[in-house]
Ligand binder design. Structure first.
Ligand code: ADP
Ligand code: ASP
Ligand code: MG
Length: 423
């Protein structure tokens, strides 16, 4: 008995059958006496298909129009899901992000939410209806334009609504049984985690484990809201994302809680940069002014003979064209030799609170990669994470090797992938 927010991802509502299956699940929660708010994503790979369509029309789609296009995907889902629920004899009302009170900053494509004022959602559930909200979208406070929260952002809509409505739990329904020690699509020996802490999940999400959107974990941590990640295709208990592992939880002792891999980044190398104070600042200011997030940076020691150095950094592939265009404009002013763009890289990250107190984690990791024939191109670390860049073609082999080396492989096959294309 309480208020539940349930979020269903694209693979859970990929077709009419999926919509009906999910509708039954929602109705069951309502029958149990709960108030139910549902957040839904676009059907299947709709968002990717809409992006392909935009790119077929122009190489750099305008942010405002791209957001307008992409939010159509979630609108289709919310209306169909409401119809499927109505067909089961329960009242359901669908709402866009703007109607649900999701207010954001005005940056297109990755807007942060400022505030959630779900007055209409509260009204709907108090009147006995099930509220269905389009995930991933909001409205900008200044421009009143439609915005999107970044790929995978429906998770954040769900947790932000759950926090604003003071829900008892936020359930994230997806196409695997929970959060695993690695992506089950790449590492079939992955094991399901019973619990994972907000801090561990933040590092995993930031490192590309797209099972949860990074910002949704930040929200949950801020409001101490439990998230239950589970499958919409099974009734198995999933993974609880919580503040601390329960007493005696297996994860307490584990050095490594999970391995994440990421194919979504590209690497830009600026060749022959004059090694002078202020040059790096000038380059990265220009990138920042365009709201482009960068991840790893490596600057080599400059060659004594020339006083020139190379700077490499990684960034989301989706921003590669925009960043390259900015740097080309800067070439005359800064005076570097050339720009190289490489979108065939992969990032592999090892996450675990235990690495703080256990020496030798890096040596074991690099040893496993070397045995698997994976060459390391860049390295970065945080207190509880080690990340490397390698060739994309080597990424999954490296993930499997590291998983085995840290004895994370499950005894029996636990990792079932129920749906989705992994796109
Ligand atoms: P949804 O459409 O439900 O939002 P996503 O595709 O965004 O689903 O996220 C679920 C996918 O996340 C899984 O199918 C899996 O391939 C991937 N994934 C990556 N890392 C992990 C992990 N550590 N545990 C579980 N799933 C993971
Ligand atoms: N449909 C959006 C995407 O594919 C948002 C989401 O699924 O969470 O990124
Ligand atoms: Mg997702």
């Amino acid at each position: 008995m309480g208020l539940i927010v349930q979020k269903f991802g694209g693979s859970s509502v990929a077709d009419a059958e999926g919509m009906k299956r999910v509708a039954n699940r929602i109705v069951a929660a309502k029958r149990d006496g709960n108030q139910v708010v549902v957040v839904v994503s676009a059907m299947g790979d709709t968002t990717d298909e809409l992006i392909d369509l935009a790119n077929a029309v122009t190489p750099i789609p305008q942010g405002r129009e791209l957001d307008m296009l992409l939010t159509a995907g979630e609108r289709i889902s919310m209306a169909l899901l409401a119809m499927a629920i109505n067909n089961l004899g329960f009242e359901a009302l669908s709402f866009t992000g703007s109607q649900a009170g999701v207010i954001t900053y005005s940056v297109h494509g990755k807007a942060r939410s400022i505030d959630v004022t779900p007055g209409r959602i509260r009204e709907a559930i108090d009147s006995g209806a099930i509220a269905i909200v389009a995930g991933f979208q909001g409205i900008s406070q200044d421009t009143k334009d439609v915005t999107t929260l970044g790929r995978g952002g429906s998770d954040t809509t769900a947790v932000a609504l759950a926090a604003a409505l003071d829900a008892d739990v936020c359930e994230i329904y997806t196409d695997v049984d929970g959060v695993f020690s690695a992506d089950p699509r790449a590492v079939p020996a992955a094991r399901k985690l019973k619990t994972v802490t907000y801090d561990e999940m933040l590092e995993l999400a930031a490192s590309g484990a797209k099972v949860l959107h990074l910002r949704c974990v930040e929200y949950a941590r801020r409001y101490n809201l439990p998230i239950h990640v589970r499958s919409s295709f099974s009734t198995n208990e999933g993974t609880w994302v919580v503040k601390d592992h329960p007493e005696g939880g297996a994860m307490e002792q584990a050095i490594i809680s999970g391995i994440a891999h990421d194919k979504s980044e590209a690497k830009i190398t600026i060749v022959g940069v004059p090694d002078r104070t202020g040059v790096a600042a000038r380059i990265f200011q220009a990138i920042a002014d365009a709201d482009i997030n960068i991840d790893m940076i490596v600057q080599n020691v400059s060659a004594a003979a020339t006083g020139l150095t190379d700077i490499s950094f990684t960034l989301p592939k989706a921003e590669g064209a925009a960043a390259t265009a900015i740097l080309q404009k800067l070439q005359g002013e800064v005076g570097f030799a050339s720009i190289q763009y490489d979108d065939q890289i992969g990032k592999l990250s090892l996450v675990g609170a235990g690495m703080r107190s256990h020496p030798g984690v890096t040596a074991t990791f690099f040893g496993a990669l070397s045995d698997a024939g994976v060459n390391i191109e860049m390295i970065s670390t945080s207190e509880i994470r080690i990340s490397i860049i390698c060739r994309q073609a080597d990424l999954e082999r490296g993930a499997k090797a590291a998983h085995t080396a840290f004895e994370l492989d499950a005894d029996q096959n636990e990792a079932v992938v129920y749906g989705g294309t992994g796109r």
